[in-house]
Structure formats: structure tokens, C-alpha cells
Design a protein. Structure first.
Length: 239
């Protein structure tokens, strides 16, 4: 296990924790051939609002995709791929246009989504309101209202709201779009009293993931101190 998950990348990880052992086993099954297609697909046409520790999300349009899906979607916002903040990333990690899902997300003030990877899809994030701070493959990028960013398939990433106002994002998923396709590496969830209560995570496996974890820990600490909360002990390993 330690060969697969280098100790120097995972000083925070408790490999003997039963929940972590179960998470590793579950995620490893997703690497099996055909595993993604066996996951539950999104409801065609959209679904209900799902509340999360960080805000909410709702699938509003899901169907089969084709080679024009991304182009047609971006045209709704009068932008092209070259207008994306990190358009140079289009040369790596592109997903096959098998299906798509458009989601509406609200990231509450002072909240982060988990630091994660998707194996089957790429994503496009359009900021409709507020300031979104994005981590994607070792980069920390501020995305302003009416700007958009590309998340390649397999890139480690997360959304962060370090402001005092909601951030509203529209997201296009393209590829094999499944809610279960979510490898979570770090999580900053807290309970109602403000105490750290992170969800179960998977170990880091690459230097890019580790450097992204450092950025995530820095943002989590910045947000916690701003809100008068204690620093989550797991992040001290990255600071």
C-alpha cells in the first residue's frame, strides 16, 4: 500500500483507519473496466436540488452529447474555448462526448468543495455571480463574474468561496457523467458548531496532487481564520 501511496505525499493520512480502508477499496473498484458506466446516470432533463455542507447543486439538463456540445453550450454565454481562463489546458485530458449534464451550483460564503478528481468527465465552470477561487492542477485561479474556466478530465480541482457572498456557478459536465465518479482527496467540512468533521478521503498519489493539497490547505486555513474558527489539524501537515 505504501508503494502505491507514498508516505511523503500522505503525512496526514491514517492508513489503519477502517473508514479510509473502505474508501480505498471502493475507489479502487472504480478503476475496473466498465465501472463508470455501471454507476447511476443523471436523470434525463434534470433533477431536484441537492443540499451539501458547502451549498447546493441541481442537475438541470442531461442528455447524450456530440462533438458540438461544448461549442453550442459556450455560445450561450457568447464565449469560445479560447475565451476560457485556462484555454491552453484543452490539449490534455479531453473527454469523449458521450453524454453531458448541466448543473446549477451555489457555493456558500466561506466554503469549499472537496479537493477531487473525476475519471470519466471534463467540466466547464461559468461564474454567473460572485468571485470563485479555483484550484486546478497546482494552480490557484480567481474566476470573476462572467468568466469561465476549464477542468480537464483527470485534473485535481475544487471550488472555493472565500468571500462573504454566495457564488453562483453553472457547470457543464462532458464525458461519462456520474455523481459517484468523485475521488475525494481533502475535505474541509465542519459540523454545525464549527468543529472539523471532514468526509472520508483517498490518499494522494502524485506530486501534482500534493501541491494542489498545499493550496487547498492554505485556502481552508485562510477561510477558517477569517471566520474565527480553529485550524483543522489535518491541514497542518501541508502548511
Amino acid at each position: 500500500m505504501m508503494v502505491m501511496f507514498p508516505q511523503n505525499l500522505n503525512p496526514h493520512y491514517q492508513f489503519d483507519n477502517p473508514d479510509n480502508i473502505a474508501e480505498i477499496a471502493k475507489q479502487d473498484k472504480f478503476h475496473e473496466e466498465g465501472a463508470l458506466m455501471k454507476m447511476t446516470p443523471y436523470i434525463r432533463g434534470g433533477g431536484s436540488i441537492i443540499q451539501s455542507p458547502w451549498g447546493s447543486n441541481q442537475s438541470v439538463e442531461c442528455d447524450e452529447a456530440n462533438e458540438n456540445t461544448v461549442k453550442n453550450y459556450l455560445e450561450r454565454f457568447n464565449i469560445t474555448f479560447d475565451d476560457l481562463i485556462n484555454s491552453d489546458a484543452k490539449h490534455s485530458g479531453r473527454a469523449q462526448p458521450i453524454e453531458f449534464c448541466v448543473k446549477h451550483l451555489i457555493v456558500n460564503p466561506g466554503n469549499q468543495l472537496s479537493l477531487q478528481v473525476h475519471q470519466g468527465r471534463e467540466e466547464f465552470w461559468i461564474v454567473k455571480s460572485g468571485l470563485l477561487t479555483v484550484i486546478v492542477d497546482c494552480q490557484r485561479i480567481d474566476v470573476n463574474e462572467n468568466q469561465a474556466i476549464f477542468i480537464p478530465k483527470g485534473a485535481i480541482h475544487c471550488m472555493n468561496n472565500r468571500t462573504d457572498k454566495d457564488v453562483i456557478v453553472e457547470e457543464l459536465q462532458l464525458g461519462i457523467c456520474r455523481e459517484e465518479d468523485n475521488v475525494r482527496f481533502l475535505d474541509s467540512t465542519r459540523d454545525t458548531a464549527g468543529n472539523p468533521k471532514p468526509r472520508t478521503t483517498y490518499p494522494l498519489t502524485t506530486d501534482v496532487q500534493y501541491q494542489s493539497a498545499v493550496l487547498f490547505a492554505e485556502l481552508a486555513t485562510e477561510i477558517a481564520l477569517k471566520d474565527g474558527l480553529s485550524i483543522d489539524p489535518q491541514f497542518s501537515y501541508f502548511l
